[in-house]
Ligand binder design. Structure first.
Ligand code: AMP
Ligand code: MG
Length: 503
């Protein structure tokens, strides 16, 4: 029956498969597995428009067939990409696309090259023991959280579509299956470099570095010192990204080197979650027993992962081994300062500390640290507290103080802090309440709301998912109708909250 389906030739802009074409031996040509009963559960119309897709051609049965993997669009040459990775500190020389496929690349309306890829599209030569499948819940979870991060202004891979397969996948329970279509600046990972470096394939590491430079840092092409410069660019992108995660209370949950992009986009939404009451040790992932990927560890882990990337580049940095190590080390040692500068920038924006002058740096950092200490001492909601700074800036400190009073009757700390904060905010050009409202979201994907929506979707009711998604796309909006999504979960619920990798 699906044989009869044809896709309008205008459905996708022309595919260009540079990864498959320019990097022979880096991926295996492969086809998605056909599934029983494709049905579109989610289609990202704004993203489709950005990519220049023909939404009308993709929302009917032909679209469902495409996004379930049953109908490969003309011009796409799907491949399974090879990569390795350190998982929780231990090296796996061969991971790769075990349940994913790169369909190909398109140029979006702004001329940027974007990968279009499947997740959950069946077994591949990299599947090891896995079934190559994904379930509806975790794929819609990726939609919710990645769309939230995007609406919050963070670099992230995007979800273009989720199609139900009409087949079961077997985990602890029997779950409805789905395929996610993901759009990314690229799927180049730290682990991609590790795959070839671990095999001693220096020429391939060089080819990969050249491809990466052409794609992400074309201004470096052909320049002397470009491999070190590439490492520095990746490090700076990650410093900026992680600082922004930290400013939102986002915990990725599985910062393995295969889940860290070269582009600086957030990728691989598995056990990630936003924290509620501030706790630097917060970790939700059921498999992160040691808290390796806890909130406060994220910058240090990023640096550790970058050191693994640096190791893969050593043979390219210099013919002299010691000189190569010195170059790599210089970048890795500079990372904490780059991160600290990004972190300070994030907090200056969140706290409305402007105009930033170098003279205020130490004082501003202390003010941000004191804020975080207060939130921690009183177990105050990380998101709402920052949001209420806008009210305080507008002259009403009560909503903010209320969070502290309710916590444990210790308003002295917040009174002192507010005094210091107001004193710092007297400089001309200080951001006003509206600027603070634009910097501190009201709505984040609260864990209880996410779970609620996914549980309903798994039972076939998409309405809560759609309502939540609409709210997450307006994170800075004061609309009273969105209040249910702004409220924290009962503390007991958050304390016991565990997330799963979604495999
Ligand atoms: P992740 O934890 O999703 O980052 O995946 C780590 C590795 O396991 C990657 O190589 C994935 O392709 C692979 N993987 C995860 N789930 C599955 C699955 N259900 N079937 C096959 N491979 C999988
Ligand atoms: Mg992964």
């Amino acid at each position: 029956m699906s044989d009869a389906l044809t896709l309008a030739p205008t459905a996708f802009p022309p595919f260009d498969n540079s990864y498959a074409r320019d990097l022979p031996g880096f991926a295996t040509p492969w086809r998605p597995a056909a599934v029983a009963a494709p049905a579109l559960l989610f289609f990202n119309a704004p993203l489709a428009a950005e990519l220049g897709l023909d939404a009308a051609a993709l929302q009917g049965p032909a679209g469902a067939a495409v996004f379930a993997g049953n109908l490969v669009p003309e011009g796409a040459e799907p491949v399974a990409q090879a990569y390795a990775g350190h998982q929780f500190g231990g090296f796996s020389p061969q991971l790769g696309d075990g349940r994913a496929l790169l369909l190909g690349e398109v140029h979006d309306r702004q001329g940027r090259r974007r990968d279009i890829a499947f997740k959950g599209s069946g077994r591949t030569p990299f599947s090891r023991g896995g079934d190559g499948r994904a379930a509806v819940g975790p794929m819609l979870r990726e939609v919710l959280i990645s769309e939230a991060l995007h609406a919050l202004g963070l670099p992230t891979t995007r979800a273009l579509a989720v199609a139900a397969t009409g087949e079961w996948v077997y985990r602890e329970d029997r779950l409805p299956g789905a395929v996610l279509t993901r759009v990314a600046a690229s799927h180049l990972r730290v682990g991609t470099f590790q795959f070839f470096a671990a095999r001693g394939e220096v020429e391939r590491v060089r080819q990969l570095a050249e491809y990466t430079i052409a794609r992400h840092d074309p201004d470096l092409a052909g320049t002397p010192g470009r491999y070190r410069a590439l490492l520095e660019r990746v490090a700076r992108r990650q410093a900026a990204l992680i600082a922004r995660w930290m400013g939102l209370g986002f915990i990725h949950g599985v910062m393995n080197t295969d889940n860290m992009t070269i582009s600086g986009e957030t990728i691989d939404y598995g056990p990630c979650a936003f924290m509620e009451a501030f706790d630097p040790g917060a970790v939700f992932s059921s498999i992160d027993h040691q808290g390796r990927y806890a909130y406060a560890n994220q910058p240090g882990i990023a640096r550790w992962n970058l050191a693994r990337l640096a190791e893969t580049l050593l043979p390219l940095l210099s013919d002299d081994a010691d000189a190569a190590v010195a170059e790599a080390t210089a970048v890795i040692n500079a990372f904490p300062d780059w991160y600290q500068a990004e972190w300070l920038g994030v907090w200056r924006t969140k706290l409305g500390l402007a105009p930033p002058s170098p003279a205020d740096e130490a004082g501003d950092a202390r003010l941000a640290e004191a804020w975080l200490r207060l939130l921690q001492e009183h177990a105050v909601d990380f998101t709402l507290a920052a949001r209420h700074l806008a009210d305080a800036a507008a002259g009403d400190e009560a909503p903010l103080r209320g969070l502290f009073d309710a916590a444990d009757g210790g308003p002295a700390g917040i009174t002192a802090w507010l005094g210091q904060w107001q004193a710092r905010r007297t400089a001309p050009g200080t951001p006003d309440a509206a600027a603070l409202r634009a910097a501190n979201p009201r709505i984040i994907p609260r864990n209880h709301r996410v779970e609620e929506a996914l549980a309903a979707a798994t039972e076939g009711d998409l309405a809560p998912f759609e309502t939540l998604l609409a709210a997450l796309r307006q994170p800075f909006d004061d609309d009273p109708a969105l209040s249910p999504f702004a409220e924290p979960a009962p503390a007991a619920l958050t304390a016991g909250y565990r997330t799963f990798c979604g495999t």
